[in-house]
Design a protein around this ligand. Structure first.
Ligand SMILES: [Fe+2]
Length: 209
């Protein structure tokens, strides 16, 4: 089994473990099924590795994750890291240079940026360094997060901040406004989008009639 196969299996197992009764349970199962069904031969070798400054923190982030409930996922991710293409949705003008130095994400499977190209879902990992606020934003895709490392606070639809320690799942319905802030530890997330995969997240709040 290749390293990417092993990582995809670990990601599917994680999403499948979203507990019964959680708002994201059915999406977690759908994501797991779509990961299981991926054409593993569709690994796009033309996806050139790409780095952002936050990529340099990943050895330490994974060391932390391996001491917690995200250990299996972290161990599966480590050997794939050198191949991934890091991206940032936002610019320095939007979120400032400190945030941009401490944040990034990469897709493992997605329509345009994944190591495996698929229209079935977008899924990958995001890291946010300590002491950062990812301000309110929204997107039409439904989204399920799993906290692999750290203990970020989370607000959905401008509700109260709630701590989401490693092992937590967080579900965002379509267009839900969500924000995260990190404490003294970096936050590593596994995420998946279903639905509209081609409309990026936007900062702020949607205009509602
Ligand atoms: Fe989101």
């Amino acid at each position: 089994m290749s390293n990417i196969d092993a990582l995809i299996d670990a990601m599917a197992a994680t999403f499948r473990a979203c507990p019964e009764g959680h708002p994201g349970t059915s999406v977690g199962r759908a994501v797991a099924e779509r990961l299981d069904a991926l054409d593993r031969r569709a690994t796009d070798i033309s996806t050139a590795p790409r780095r952002v400054p936050a990529a340099d923190t990943m050895d330490g982030v994974l060391d932390g994750a391996e001491r917690g409930p995200g250990a299996a996922l972290a161990r599966a991710l480590r050997p794939v890291l050198s191949r991934v293409a890091w991206h940032q949705t936002y610019t320095e003008a939007e979120l400032g240079p400190d945030y941009l130095r401490n944040y990034g994400y990469f897709d493992i499977a997605s329509p345009a940026r994944g190591l495996i190209r698929t229209d079935a879902l977008a899924t990958g990992f995001m890291v946010i360094g300590p002491g950062r606020l990812y301000p309110a934003h929204y997107h039409p895709a439904v989204e399920l997060y799993h906290v692999v490392a750290g203990a970020p606070d989370w607000s959905i639809d401008d509700g109260p901040w709630q701590s989401k320690p490693a092992g937590s799942f967080v579900f965002h319905p379509t267009m839900a406004v969500h924000a995260m802030r990190t404490g003294d530890r970096p936050f590593l997330a596994l995420y998946a989008w279903l639905g509209d995969l081609n409309t990026s997240a936007k900062l702020g709040r949607p205009v509602r009639d």
